[in-house]
Each structure stands twice: as structure tokens, then as C-alpha cells.
Design a protein around this ligand. Structure first.
Ligand code: IMP
Ligand code: MG
Length: 182
């Protein structure tokens, strides 16, 4: 797998250190909100690795929920986002933290937040382990960001290219010939 990587952006140790700090920050912020369970909503599949590490660095009581969304590029260039798997519980009146792998164009997150907000949670925030601000098509920002990444296709730490590389422990830029050779 490492042969397909152009450059390692973040090592396993750097990611672990940052995720630990994010967990500490989130713990502090939500402890102040009282004893209610915090609902972590992980967006599959990319956020699975981050969720596993982040959740173990969060001190307050949490419950974990999963969603699957799919972004479909339409022929007019616009994107449509569909919920493939919805939450199993109600979030009305509860504190919700969406756990994302990466924000690129921002459309996936925008759609997801709009859909969740309609259910009137007590609070709705977002943590993403990676952020690619140069890719934005819609103005949206996460409340907690692990690392910024450049405008290239990155893989590892849960992020894929055609479902591969998710188990790579580092975050790296995929070689261009792999991307175009598809
Ligand atoms: P967007 O913000 O609407 O572009 O959608 C973000 C989603 O696209 C992320 O949750 C990832 O699943 C995927 N994605 C965007 N950029 C990358 C990347 O560089 N590597 C892997 N997945 C990516
Ligand atoms: Mg995703």
C-alpha cells in the first residue's frame, strides 16, 4: 500500500497526538453542558477509524450512532446527497456531534447538517479529522478540525480510494498515476 503513496502527510504518532487533543477539547466543552449523553454520529465508512480513536479519548458519557450517506454527481454538475442508512434513535433535544473523515467540497456535510437540524437537537456540532478547505463549493466549517490537508486525494486513516487504503495507519497523498490509471 505504501508504494502507492506519493507523500506521507501525517504519521500514526502525529494523528494519535492530535486525536488525543481533540478528545480532550471535546470532553471539556461537553462536560460543561451537563450530564446528558453526547450522541456521536459517525458517517460511514470513512469516519470509522477516527470514531474508534476519538471516542476513546472522550470522557463524558456518549452513545454512538452511524449514518451512511451517498453523494451522487448529477450530469448538470450539481450533487445530490442521499441518506442510505439513517439514525436508529431520535436526536430531538439531545447533544449531537457529527464525526466526519474529511470535508472537501462541503456538500455532504451541508446536506447532513440540514437534515439533522430539522430534528431539533439541543446542539449540533461537527468534528472532522481532516479538512481540505481549498476544495469547498459551499461555505461550511467544522467546529473541531484535526488537520488541514492540501488539494490532493488523500488516503489512509479510514479514507479510501475505491474502498482501498482505509487500513493504512498514516495519512498520505495518493500517487497521481493510481488515480488516473482507473
Ligand atoms: P464533500 O465535502 O461533499 O466533497 O464530501 C466529502 C466526502 O468525500 C468525504 O466524507 C469523503 O468520503 C470523500 N472525500 C473527499 N475528499 C477525499 C480525499 O481526499 N480522500 C478520500 N475521501 C475523500
Ligand atoms: Mg465520507
Amino acid at each position: 500500500m505504501l508504494n502507492d503513496i506519493e507523500e506521507i502527510l501525517y504519521t500514526e504518532e502525529q494523528i494519535a497526538t492530535r486525536v488525543h487533543a481533540l478528545g480532550a477539547q471535546i470532553s471539556t466543552d461537553y462536560q460543561a453542558l451537563g450530564p446528558d449523553d453526547l450522541i456521536l454520529v459517525a458517517v460511514l465508512r470513512g469516519a470509522a477509524v477516527f470514531l474508534a480513536d476519538l471516542s476513546r479519548n472522550i470522557a463524558p458519557s456518549t452513545v454512538v450512532e452511524f449514518m451512511v450517506v451517498e453523494k451522487i454527481k448529477k450530469s448538470d454538475g450539481n450533487a445530490e446527497v442521499k441518506i442510505i442508512k439513517d439514525l436508529d434513535i431520535s436526536i430531538t433535544g439531545r447533544h449531537v456531534l457529527v464525526v466526519e473523515d474529511i470535508i472537501d467540497e462541503g456538500e455532504t456535510l451541508r446536506f447532513l447538517l440540514d437534515a439533522l437540524r430539522l430534528r431539533e437537537p439541543a446542539s449540533l456540532k461537527v468534528v472532522t479529522v481532516f479538512d481540505k478547505p481549498s476544495g469547498r463549493k459551499t461555505e461550511i466549517a467544522a467546529d473541531y478540525v484535526g488537520f488541514e490537508v492540501p488539494g490532493a486525494w488523500v488516503v489512509g486513516y479510514g479514507l479510501d480510494y475505491r474502498q482501498q487504503y482505509r487500513n493504512l495507519p498514516v495519512l498520505g497523498v495518493l500517487k497521481k498515476e493510481i488515480l488516473t490509471g482507473s
